[in-house]
Structure formats: structure tokens, C-alpha cells
Design a protein around this ligand. Structure first.
Ligand SMILES: [Zn+2]
Length: 338
């Protein structure tokens, strides 16, 4: 019965939104998929909490590459068939299931000045890894680079996969303690460290929001916390660039990753403040520049007439040009009037 109701809602949503939403269905992963063959549209699912949401059914679509997962909270999402997921070079290039950094031989200088990364689309989803009090941010810390963000947690709290992807590594890894590294379809890798338990194995496919382990205090850790890193081709950057850890929300669907972001000193907040400050400054300069006006003195001009013409006062013109109100104007003299 429940299933029947959901399917009814489904077909209503489908009929209502199909026409205008088809444009958003084209994705890089689904390039080979005919747009017409996707028969329903995705409704953005609310944030899932483990234990509350389970898959109750899987429905085939007209396209064999895509099926639909139905959850018990009346939400749903697309699932790309494994053959298609494996198609991506992301999961072949530098695929190393033993080394923490699979891209150790990739030089920072070989990366583009700016790389646009589509974080999510109609098939690829997002889920926060964990929401907790931030105890340490990305950046230098006691003379060592802290390449991720730390969040306090209780041992046993569930930790979730950030995006869809494949587990590249799941093992006890020295300072990281129990570590899971997921490589995502969008090309990023996320690291989940100090786990008390790992619930996924190397090679497993995971979807965003799937529990990948439990929070812990293993490895080089002075209290239960999640150490979370985001990397692109082995280079870490501030995870706060993509996630607002206060709300758990993804900050943007498309990330323009700049090479300078890979510096341990390139903190998101600081960068953000700088950008806002720089923008304000530029705006002020633009306004100031646009406001400045000059007048070239012609025969018959007087300060009084110029003040009237430019909507200002004689004393203001005098102040701007360091002249007295009794000064004689010269023909061809350039006066700042505003
Ligand atoms: Zn940390």
C-alpha cells in the first residue's frame, strides 16, 4: 500500500515537472544517455540520518543505466549502474589501494591554474560527512600542516560518505588511525580518519550519505574526533570551501578549484574575507573614479557658473583644486569640478 501511494505521488511529480526539468538532466556521466529515456525527475531528498531512512524499492527506468532508489521517507534518488560508474577514468587513473596518497608523483605545478569541478548534478548526490563542533581548522598547526578539519564527536557516531564514489582505501593507517578514503565521481577524494570502525571495504561503491564508519579516537588523536580531508589529485585544500560545517550544507554545486588553494596557508575564511574586502575596495575605487569630473575652462566661465552647471558649490571646487574663490580662471585650465 505504502509503495502504491509513493508511486502515485511519483507519477504526479513526473507529469508536473517533466516538461521544464529535462534540461537539467544532461550530465557528463550521463552523456551517453538519451535525455528522453529518463522517465522521471529527481526530487531533492532531505538530509538522511542513518537509521531513519532505508531503501524500500529499486525501480528500473526506461534507461538500463539508471534505476531509482525509493526510500521509506518518500524521497528517492537515481542510481547509476555499476558498469557506467566504472566507465569513468577517475577510477582507473592513479588507482592505488595501498598508498594513502595515490598521487604522490603528481607535481603541484602540473595542475591547472584553475580547475572547475562539478560537485553534484542530477545523478550525483551530496551528504555532509558529520556535523559537529569544529575543534581544528585547515592550516598550519604547531609547525605542521593540518590538511583537514577536525570535528568533535562521540565514539560510535555514524560518519557518512560525502559524494557518490568508490572506496580506494580502508585500513588502519598510522597517524590517521582507522582510515577510509573515497574517490568520488567528481574527481575529489575525501579522507575520514580516527574511526573506531570502518563499515566499507576497499573497492566498495558508496553513495552519498551511506555510513562508511563510526567516529573514534584511533591513531594520533587526543580525543574522539573526525579528521576530514578533501583532496584533488593528492593535493589537500580547505574542506570549508565546499561544505558549511555548521549547517552541513554544500556551499556550491560547482567548485572552481585554484592552484593557490592547495597551499596550507590558503584558508577558506581568510580567503573569503580577503575576496570580500578586495571587492569592496574595487567597488569603492570604481565609484570614486566614476564620480570624478573635470572641466576645461573656456572663455566666459566663472566659478559660480561652473558650480551651477555641475551641481556643486564654489567652495567645493576651490577645495578640490587648491584655489581661492577670487582666483582668476585661465582659458584651457583643467579644473576638477566633482
Ligand atoms: Zn585533524
Amino acid at each position: 500500500m505504502l509503495k502504491y501511494i509513493i508511486l502515485t505521488i511519483f507519477s504526479l511529480i513526473t507529469t508536473a515537472t517533466f516538461a521544464q526539468d529535462t534540461d537539467t538532466l544532461v550530465t557528463s556521466v550521463a552523456d551517453s544517455i538519451k535525455r528522453d529515456s529518463v522517465v522521471v525527475n529527481r526530487r531533492v531528498a532531505p538530509v538522511h540520518t542513518l537509521g531513519e531512512v532505508t531503501v524500500i524499492d529499486t525501480i528500473a527506468t526506461a534507461n538500463s543505466a539508471i534505476s531509482i532508489l525509493l526510500f521509506n521517507d518518500n524521497t528517492w534518488r537515481y542510481l547509476l549502474a555499476e558498469d557506467f560508474r566504472n566507465d569513468s577514468t577517475v577510477f582507473c587513473d592513479h588507482w592505488n589501494t595501498t598508498a594513502t596518497n595515490a598521487y604522490a608523483d603528481v607535481e603541484l605545478n602540473s595542475l591547472a591554474e584553475a580547475t572547475p569541478i562539478r560537485l553534484v548534478d542530477s545523478i550525483k548526490s551530496y551528504h555532509y560527512p558529520y556535523i559537529g563542533r569544529i575543534t581544528s581548522r585547515y592550516g598550519p598547526r604547531r609547525g605542521r600542516p593540518h590538511q583537514g578539519i577536525d570535528m568533535a564527536l562521540k565514539i560510535g557516531d555514524p560518519v557518512y560518505a560525502t559524494f557518490d564514489g568508490k572506496v580506494r582505501l580502508s585500513k588502519a593507517a598510522g597517524n590517521y588511525g582507522n582510515l577510509v578514503i573515497i574517490r568520488h565521481c567528481n574527481g575529489l577524494e575525501t579522507y575520514y580518519a580516527h574511526l573506531s570502525e570502518r563499515s566499507v571495504q576497499t573497492g566498495d561503491w558508496v553513495v552519498a550519505g551511506q555510513q562508511i564508519g563510526l567516529g573514534g579516537n584511533t591513531g594520533r588523536s587526543t580525543g574522539p574526533h573526525l579528521h576530514y580531508e578533501v583532496r584533488y589529485r593528492g593535493q589537500s585544500f580547505d574542506p570549508e570551501r565546499i561544505i558549511d560545517f555548521k549547517t552541513g550544507e554544500l556551499r556550491r554545486e560547482e567548485l572552481l578549484l585554484k592552484r593557490r588553494h592547495f597551499s596550507i596557508y590558503a584558508k577558506f575564511e581568510q580567503d573569503f574575507d580577503d575576496e570580500i574586502e578586495a571587492e569592496k575596495q574595487e567597488e569603492a575605487e570604481r565609484k570614486a573614479a566614476a564620480a570624478i569630473q573635470y572641466h576645461t575652462v573656456r572663455s566666459g566661465d566663472t566659478l559660480g557658473a561652473l558650480a551651477r552647471k555641475y551641481g556643486t558649490t564654489v567652495s567645493r571646487i576651490c577645495q578640490l583644486n587648491n584655489i581661492k574663490s577670487t582666483s582668476i580662471l585661465r582659458i584651457g585650465q583643467r579644473l576638477r569640478v566633482r
